[in-house]
Design a protein. Sequence first.
Length: 216
Amino acid sequence: MANIKISIDWKLIGRELWRHIPFTALGALTGIAFMAIIFGGNFLQAIEPHEKTIFYVLHPAHILLSAVVTTSIYKLHGKGKLWAAILIGFVAAIGIATISDSVFPYLGETLLDLPHREIEIGFIEEPLLTIPPAFVGIAIGYWLSTTKIPHAGHILISTWASLFHILMALGQTVSWVQGLAIFGLLFLSVWIPCCFSDIVFPLFFVREGEAHHHHH
C-alpha cells in the first residue's frame, strides 16, 4: 500500500462528525429509555441471565454493518483493489467495533466503579460469532456499495451493544448520576469510534485526488 497517500478533507470529516451528533444522541437516548424501563419495572433480574447472549447478538450485527459501511466508502471513494477493501473493512469492523462496544464502555465502567465490570473482547472470546460477520459485511459493501441504511443501523446497534456491555457490569440499582454518566458514555462510545470507522478510516487509504465529497 506504499503508493496510497493520505489525502484527507478535514472539513468534510468535521462536517460529518457534526452531522452525526443528533442521531448519535438519539441512539444514546433509546439506550437510556430502555434502561429506565428495566430499572423502573424491575426487569433486571429477568434480563440478567440473557445480557451476555444479547450482547453477542448485537456485537456481531454491529461488526457486519460496520464492515458494510467502511468497505462501501472505500470502494466509492477509492476505486480500490479487493485485497485492500478486505483488509480495511476487516480492521475497521473488528478493531473499531471492539473499541466502541467493549473498550470505551469498560473504561467508563471503571470510572463509575461498577461492581461486575469485565472487558469482553468479542473476537478473542467468541471468534466464530464475530469474525464471519466481518467478511459477510465486506462482501456486501464491496459488491453493493451502500452506506445510508447500514450507517443508521450501525449507530443504533452499536449503542445497544455498548448498553448491554454496561448492563453486564451494573449491580441491582442505578442512580440518576450514574444514568447521566451512562448517557454520556453511550454517546462517546458510539459517536467517536463509529464515525471514525465509517467516515475517517476508509478515507485514509484513498489515493490522492480520488477522494470525493460524500453525503449520507
